[in-house]
Design a protein around this ligand. Sequence first.
Ligand code: HEC
Length: 123
Amino acid sequence: MGRWKWIGLVVLVIVILRFVTNPPRFWLNLTKRVEPSAAVGERLVDKYGCRGCHRIGGVGALTGPDLDAVIARDRNVDPAHVTLRLWLRDPKKVRPNTPMPNFHLSDSEVEAIILYLESVAPK
Ligand code: HEC
């Protein structure tokens, strides 16, 4: 192969690797579409293992913040959950050195998880 073919191949591999490790939002929304409801949110919280680090509905570890308390705080300062949505889409965009992993959630997954968190947090 000529030099330009090699360069083209390397660029293609880099683009594919970027796509796989950090899929763009339109792709997440296409491939991980759910019907947002608290029941679906509950399944997603299990699937992604949120309770490995968070207490949710009184159950789970306290490595990370208690999400019942986060919801309670949001009800006062950010009832539309604007920051919560940004956080769930990509924690590092909100706090660059946060230890919380990016789960590459689709927008509808984020909505379902918020519905679930709201439904189990004490009123
Ligand atoms: C490996 C542990 C871990 C897992 C798994 C995890 N988180 Fe987190 N999460 C954290 C940590 C640690 C913080 C605190 C981040 C910081 O202060 O930088 C955090 C912060 C948060 C916050 C922001 C709290 C605030 O104070 O505003 C939300 C919301 C949240 N996590 C939701 C989730 C959800 C939903 C899941 C499952 C999809 C999840 N987390 C999975 C570790 C984790």
